[in-house]
Design a protein around this ligand. Structure first.
Ligand code: HDE
Length: 724
């Protein structure tokens, strides 16, 4: 048992000793002086000027004036939770990392999810990559797996990161647009960066608009190393697999959520944890033996490439559970600082040039964001492993280092603190053999920019392909400079002709196959200047089912939100039965009505309304149910918001159910095709529309639940849109 475990096996990182509890306490100054009047500043007479001597006022205002710190340059918008990680069985043959040895040990974690581009106050539903940063408080020190929900990145070398971020952030002259890549500077940059094309496929797919943080994958992105206690190293790629499956919203919905509830993802995570529906992910690893380093068509050090799961399967080795919300957003979520350089014995880095740059960047950025070199002492960042070294002083130092000795070697401190040999947990970098010439270059294999982009495209289902095309049309449609649009279409043509053709059609363009890449910048190791844009390797890239969300888990409605639309006189028995069935399956039925307060059911019972039609919208729900009760249905029909609610749920391909008099309401909504023809049958008239004349909701409940578990019913899309 580890030290953490001996204390309390179920314990998450204990911040208790830092937590203020003001219950039944007097208000004080920061010096502990009790304050007698916190309503009035000190004045020369009741109507006189304030006095400079008012130290109470000055302390309070000064503190307030300095409450804000710089937001993160990227990943500014985020939310986080505490939890724990448990390995399924000892990973000793692969790694000596202590937190991956003993299945009975629960390692505390703090996980922060984020968007990349927007400011701290921007919407959760921007089309963007999501950060997925995990801090493991292990007994060997903190291990940070600072990943994303997309397994590749835009660029191959850290030196391009400032350019990428400048291009995607709001444009510098007018600070527009906020939290969006749909503007000229981003696509100008991308259209000149063929290496970004694989990533572009992912960010233009629905992966970039997740339904929930709890329903997205996570990836370490880079290739790392596992090292076991015999010193044997293997390459490893890290994955997080959500147990609820991978699901997304649609773009129209995302834009509407941004207005209706910009905190949608933050709220979703918070509420799930408050409700005891703890989010879970399995930890997966892809292992590549050292001797197989060069057996792939791509370079393992290239962060724009994945190792397809069909080539190297993902082995699930443990589980992450988030079970506690932070007490204070600023103290924990804002002040947490991650760093890919925070590793533990058994896990090591590789020469991926993107990772190498990150190893510098995180400490550097935190020096200014958190105000000095002591941010590791902030409670959320403190390791549970003891810290001893000869670093001293600096802004806001918390530790009181006793004694005279702040250097090593020393004799006055008895030689302490001393270096740790490997057998007592000392970190020893993997002794990789390096033999090369200094060069500003990349290996040849980095230059296949399109094969994996094509692999991603080929692996998508038809609805996913349609969404990707629409996303590109939207983004490029917002671009003002025509040459940029044309350049992007030419770039897409290198990935797939049909893709480029469809995007071009939406933009009113022809596909021009000729790439216009004016750059000539790479010097490979052999010294020959290589064209920046090599000929794409036209390999048969095949298909990887693991890349399509269509193949994800669809067997649960756990935590799904279902709106029950009702008004006074709703069918009591039907709602009771439906609520029972939904709750039993783990979903969350919510009564949405024309007004707040209580509704009177058909039986005269008073039932509390959860949301009014003014504060709720269908984009906040996964499915809708319209019960019978003639009075209720009539009232809803007169309410345009209720009709829109169902029409929008239909448009976004969500499951809709109605029975008894509820069918009248469905008719009034004039949904496309069968569902609107006024001849609702006793069976579903269209995928995901479950209708029954019978008053008893119990009869359709299980069908309704099965349909909700499918997440969306894309077949309906064809009827709504002109073909994408
Ligand atoms: Fe980051 N990144 N990044 N990044 N990154 C930051 O660190 C950087 C990259 C990622 O919730 C910053 O403390 C460079 C890839 C996450 O606090 C900064 C490069 C991946 C978070 C930084 C990358 C990430 C950050 C900004 C290219 C996925 C949020 C604030 C070489 C594997 C962590 C901060 C949190 C944050 C630099 C590329 C993930 C500036 C230079 C690839 C999840 O240091």
């Amino acid at each position: 048992m580890s030290k953490i475990d001996k204390k309390d096996n179920d314990k998450v990182k204990d911040l208790g000793r830092f937590r203020e509890d003001s219950a039944r306490e007097y208000i004080t100054t920061n010096q502990g002086l009790r304050i007698n009047d916190d309503q009035n500043s000190l004045k020369a007479g009741e109507r006189g000027p304030s006095l400079l001597e008012d130290f109470l006022l000055r302390e309070k205002i000064t503190h307030f004036d300095h409450e804000r710190i710089p937001e993160r340059i990227v990943h500014a918008r985020g939310t986080a939770a505490h939890g724990y990680f448990q390995v399924y069985k000892s990973m000793a043959p692969l790694t000596k990392a202590k937190f991956l040895q003993d299945p009975s040990v629960k390692t505390p974690v703090f996980v922060r999810f984020s968007t990349v581009v927007g400011s701290r106050g921007s919407s959760d539903l921007a089309r963007d990559v999501r950060g997925f940063a995990v801090k493991f408080y292990t007994e060997d020190g903190n291990y940070d797996l600072v990943g994303n929900n997309i397994p590749v990145f835009f660029i191959q070398d850290a030196v391009k990161f400032p350019d990428l971020v400048h291009a995607v952030k709001p444009e510098p002259h007018n600070e527009m647009p906020q939290a969006a890549s749909a503007h000229d500077t981003f696509w100008d940059f991308i259209s000149l960066m063929p290496e970004s094309m694989h990533m572009i496929m992912w960010v233009m797919s629905d992966r970039a608009i997740p339904r929930s943080f709890r329903m997205m994958e996570g990836f370490g992105v880079h290739t790392f190393r596992f090292v076991n206690d015999k010193g044997k190293s293997r390459f490893v790629k890290f994955h997080w697999k959500p147990l609820l499956g991978i699901h997304s919203v649609v773009w129209d919905e995302a834009q509407k959520i941004s207005g209706k509830d910009p905190d949608f993802h933050r709220r979703d995570l918070w509420e799930a944890i408050e409700n005891g529906d703890y989010p879970e992910w399995e930890f997966g690893v892809q292992i590549v033996e050292e001797e197989d380093e060069h057996k792939f068509d791509f370079d393992l050090l290239d962060a724009t490439k994945i190792i397809p799961e069909e080539l190297v399967p993902v082995k699930r080795i443990g589980k992450l559970t988030l079970n506690r919300n932070p007490d204070n957003f600023f103290a924990e979520t804002e002040q947490v600082s991650f760093n890919p350089g925070h590793v533990v014995p058994g896990i090591d880095i590789t020469n991926d040039p993107l990772l190498q740059g990150r190893l510098f960047s995180y400490t550097d950025t935190q020096l200014i964001r958190l105000g000095g070199p002591n941010s590791h002492e902030i409670p959320i960042n403190r390791p549970v492993a003891p810290v001893h070294n000869t670093q001293r002083d600096g802004h806001m130092r918390q530790t009181i280092n006793a004694g005279r000795v702040s250097y090593e070697p020393n004799s006055l401190g008895g030689g302490c603190p001393m270096q740790a040999k490997e057998n007592v947990g000392g970190f020893v970098s993997y002794a990789e053999k390096i033999d090369g010439q200094k060069a500003r270059a990349r290996s040849d294999k980095f230059f296949d920019h399109f094969s994996q982009a094509a692999l991603f495209w080929n692996s998508q289902s038809d609805p996913e392909k349609n969404h990707l095309v629409q996303a590109l049309r939207f983004e490029l449609g917002k671009v003002e400079v025509a040459e940029i649009r044309a350049r992007m279409v030419a770039m897409l043509a290198q990935v797939d002709g049909t893709l480029a053709g469809r995007v071009a059609k939406g933009l009113g363009l022809e596909v021009n196959q000729k790439l216009q890449t004016p750059l000539n910048m790479s010097v490979p190791a052999d010294g020959n200047v290589k064209e920046f844009q090599p000929k794409p390797l036209k390999k048969n890239v095949g298909n990887s089912p693991a890349l399509s969300m269509a193949n994800t888990v669809k067997d649960t409605v756990k935590t799904r939100k279902v709106a029950i639309l009702g008004a006074d006189g709703f069918d009591d028995a039907a709602v009771t039965a439906m609520k029972k069935a939904l709750t039993g399956a783990g979903a969350q039925p919510k009564l949405v009505a024309p007004r707040l307060g209580f509704l009177k059911s058909s039986k005269g019972a008073e039932v509390k309304v959860d949301f009014s039609l003014l504060t709720a919208s269908s984009v906040m729900f996964d499915a809708v149910y319209i019960p019978g009760g003639e009075k209720s249905v009539k009232a809803l029909q007169e309410q345009v918001e209720a009709v829109e609610f169902v029409q929008e749920a239909f448009k976004h391909c969500k499951t809709i159910a109605a029975n008894g008099a509820g069918l009248e309401f469905i008719r009034a909504c004039r949904l496309a095709n069968g569902a609107a023809d006024g001849k609702a049958k006793d069976s579903a008239v269209e995928e995901g529309i479950i209708l029954s004349r019978d008053d008893q909701a119990g009869k359709i409940a299980s069908e309704f639940i099965k349909a909700i578990a499918q997440h969306r019913h894309w077949s309906r899309e064809k009827k709504l849109h002109s073909p994408a």
